[in-house]
Design a protein around this ligand. Structure first.
Ligand code: PLP
Length: 482
């Protein structure tokens, strides 16, 4: 919640929770950080968490659980079939989304696998406002293709457009007609558009997309993984949502979309994944794949304690005091950096603050992976682990040429309810130092490049010795090694 502080102009986000369990952190000296990032092949995914001070890699599965969620996990009903735990999850889904048909699966990408199995065949097209890495991989694995129809305004790094994830509706109509409704696997809306900076989609735009889908006779799918942030933005940026109850928005969306799925590693502050639909037709079409890939229909590969936490977490996703925490901390971080002149994606979105690495190191070519280089540099500068979201996260074209990312971003995820404001300030401070020393940042080259999802396990090395120079400068400026 943003409150005004006495005799201060600035709004400061105030935590509406207190910490009742802690995890010890360590901050390694800069020469150690240099060694660790190089040993990790300059890939922040390959760092050990014990070597990280602020883990801002992702918001997935690392959100803090509430006391209520922990308490609920103890009443889990461990039975293969007919589990009371599943009934509680179903009830929570019914209460939040108003839908009766629920398929559990082990995480968000598992839901995408099921969707792809059910609806994607050779040559089918899946329309999306923007692709997500795992979604695209599942669609293309089945021989389908992905077309992105986000309004081009959404790709401007800095603007004051409140809903940069919006579909270009005219384009959607035209593309469905051009491809033919029968060749459309589904039209997917990613609410909270991850790869362009967690940017929201307006309620109006989502409803217009579903109207087009109904008119043209194609399936509509809502990826609700980041919906809680998106709903915060609807409530604060979209006039018609201001006086709506949060729950009314969830239910309105579930009324209009054929299929909703989400990663419970994000929505509901827990783990697991859910596919739900109002019309049982859709869950029936997907149901048989759940026992095949995930587990029986009452648990889908999720452990029962986690399911209980998910059920409680879903109710917490209706509470503005909880769902505002992430976006408001992110906004604070983005504002600190923007005021200093650091290029960040604006307006601030959900899930994290996104540095525009392309503008950080403007002379570095895409094939030296600017976003990965900035991520490695920030770990050296502060023990902060961010994630590359640029060309390294793309897949090469079938002929082996690089597909350059539209935006070279370095994401600093802000897991929900996890960090204190002094940690956020520390992070901002180290990014500012790096910005002032950006001319020291150099490029990276592959030493090991996997074919699929290379950003997860690929390894790179610095071009030249820029990382040693950066660490030296740090020691000089700070007078010590932390
Ligand atoms: C994280 C995410 C997924 C995948 O979920 P996992 O649980 O990590 O597999 C899918 N879509 C979006 C928008 C996401 O942010």
């Amino acid at each position: 919640m943003a409150v005004k502080f006495y005799k201060s102009e600035n709004q400061v986000p105030l935590e509406m929770h207190k910490v009742r369990m802690v995890q010890k952190l360590s901050l390694l000296p800069v020469d150690e950080r240099l060694k660790r990032i190089q040993a990790a092949g300059n890939n922040t995914f390959l760092l050990q968490n014990k070597d990280v001070y602020m883990d801002m890699l992702t918001d997935s599965g690392v959100n803090a659980m509430s006391d209520q969620q922990f308490a609920a996990s103890f009443i889990a009903d461990d039975s293969y079939a007919g589990s009371a735990t599943f009934l509680r999850v179903k009830k929570a889904i019914k209460d939040v989304f108003g839908t009766d048909n629920v398929l559990p699966c082990h995480q968000g990408r598992a839901a995408e696998n099921i969707l792809a199995e059910a609806y994607v065949t050779e040559g089918k097209v899946a329309f999306m406002n923007f692709h997500f890495t795992t979604t695209k991989a599942h669609v293309t694995r089945k021989g389908g293709s992905v077309e992105e129809l986000v309004d081009p305004k959404g790709l401007l790094p800095q603007s004051n457009d409140p809903f940069k994830g919006n579909y270009n509706l005219e384009n959607l109509r035209q593309r469905i007609d051009a491809v033919g409704a029968d060749n459309v696997a589904f039209v997917r809306v990613e609410a909270g558009t991850n790869l362009i900076g967690g940017q929201p989609v307006s309620l109006e735009n989502m409803l217009a997309v579903t109207d087009i889908c109904h008119e043209k006779g194609v399936r509509s799918v809502l990826d609700a993984s980041l919906l809680q942030d998106n709903i915060y933005f609807m409530k604060t940026r979209e006039a018609r949502c201001k006086y709506m109850e949060v729950g009314d928005i969830y239910r309105l969306l579930a009324d209009h979309f054929d299929i909703i799925y989400f990663s419970a590693r994000k929505l509901s502050f827990s783990k697991g994944g859910i596919i739900t639909s109002k019309d049982p037709k859709f869950t029936k079409e997907m149901m048989s794949f759940i026992p095949l890939y995930e587990g029986f229909l009452t648990y889908g590969g999720i452990d029962v304690r986690t399911m209980e936490s998910m059920a409680v977490g879903l109710y917490e996703s209706l509470d503005m005091e909880y769902i505002s925490q992430g976006p408001e901390f992110i906004n604070y971080l983005c504002k600190e950096l923007d005021d200093y002149g650091v290029p960040v994606i604006l307006p601030a979105g959900g899930l994290g603050c996104h540095l525009n690495a392309g503008a950080f190191v403007p002379d570095m070519p895409h094939n030296q992976y600017p976003a990965a280089a900035v991520a490695a540099a920030l770990y050296i500068a502060g023990g902060v682990r961010g994630m590359e979201r640029g060309t390294m996260s793309e897949q090469r074209e079938p002929d082996g040429t690089e597909r350059y990312a539209e935006l070279e971003l370095m994401r600093l995820a802000v897991p929900r309810r996890v960090f204190t404001l002094s940690q956020i300030k520390y992070c901002a401070d180290r990014v500012k130092w790096l910005w002032d020393n950006r001319e020291l940042i150099g490029g990276l080259e592959w030493t090991e490049e996997p074919e699929v999802l290379r950003f997860f396990f690929g390894r790179m090395k610095e071009i030249g010795y820029w990382q040693e120079k950066l660490a030296e400068k740090f020691q000089k400026d700070f007078g010590d090694s932390l």
